[in-house]
Design a protein around this ligand. Structure first.
Ligand SMILES: Nc1ncnc2c1ncn2[C@@H]1O[C@H](COP(=O)(O)OP(=O)(O)OP(=O)(O)O)[C@@H](O)[C@H]1O
Ligand SMILES: [Mg+2]
Length: 263
């Protein structure tokens, strides 16, 4: 496992007297895929908005590679190598793949002109790197004509071009079919192979279970559970643990899991 990329200490965000995030401690290391889970309103989106610097925490500490960063904002988040693919406003669908990847950070020639050839070849390289295998794919394809999974791929390619060390995906597979979800998983695996980290937010525990190695479960703005895939063993058991955390009854299944692991 790589270095500690990002760490949150007692991070809180309140809206009026409601804590959307109420004292979260979590971290993401280099080269790992972390699944962020939790019910509607648990605080997942608020937490990633804090990580991407678009929402300022009310209090708490944010550390990048072990160093506390003061005055955390979108610029500092980008400097830290964090790129977020927001579900709703991710792409310009009327534009080409190339335009979408380089939007706002175009490659120019020494004369300040758009370097169309360089952008095309760079787009092709990025799409290959993340595992784009569609036969119809060309950097000049219009994004609106791509499938949902392929669109996520374009957004991921853009994040890689922006030199992301940590790519945050907010519910990337929620609206997708199984085949499209598989495409997103392939992209995520390739990103991980390249040593980058992914924070994967999802509703479907089976999806998140497949792709992540460690799980952080939020419940009413707090971390209710943090567990590795090796510790939990199966998606069904993870669901059981989450139910226990939300409605504790009887013996704690986590104790049982730890006993089994110790044996
Ligand atoms: N801008 C805001 N103003 C007031 N309350 C907010 C704001 N943003 C979020 N909240 C509240 O904070 C809580 C956490 O919301 P958040 O969107 O982070 O949850 P979530 O885990 O992403 O949920 P979902 O799974 O539905 O996307 C909710 O109760 C929500 O109503
Ligand atoms: Mg959300």
């Amino acid at each position: 496992m790589g270095e500690r990329l990002i760490e949150l200490k007692e991070v809180k965000k309140s809206y009026g007297n409601v804590f959307a995030v109420g004292g979260v401690n979590m971290h993401v290391d280099g080269g790992e895929v972390v699944g962020l889970l939790g019910d509607n309103g648990a605080g997942k989106s608020t937490l990633i908005k804090i990580l991407s610097g678009v929402v300022r925490p009310t209090s708490g500490e944010i550390l990048v590679r072990g160093q506390t960063v003061h005055g955390w904002n979108a610029g500092k988040s980008r400097d830290a190598g964090i790129e977020t693919v927001f579900q709703d406003r991710a792409l310009a669908v009327q534009q080409t793949i190339v335009r979408n990847i380089f939007m706002g950070r175009e490659i120019t020639t020494a004369f300040g002109l758009l370097d169309v050839a360089k952008q095309r070849s760079e787009a092709e390289r990025l799409m290959r790197e993340i595992g784009f295998t569609s036969k119809v794919f060309s950097p000049d394809s219009i994004v609106g004509q791509l499938s949902g999974g392929e669109r996520q791929g374009v957004a991921i390619a853009r994040a890689i071009y922006n030199k992301a060390d940590l790519i945050i995906l907010d519910e990337p597979t929620t609206a997708l079919s199984l085949t499209e979800t598989e495409k997103v998983f392939r992209f995520v695996r390739n990103v991980r192979e390249s040593g980058r980290s992914i924070l994967f937010i999802g509703h479907n525990i089976h999806h998140v279970f497949d792709i992540a190695e460690r799980f952080v479960v939020l419940d009413r703005g707090r971390v209710a559970l943090e567990i590795t895939k090796a510790e939990v063993g199966s998606a069904e058991r993870l669901i059981g643990f989450m139910e226990h955390v939300a409605h504790p009854t009887g013996a704690n299944p986590l104790d049982q899991a730890q006993n089994e692991a110790a044996r």
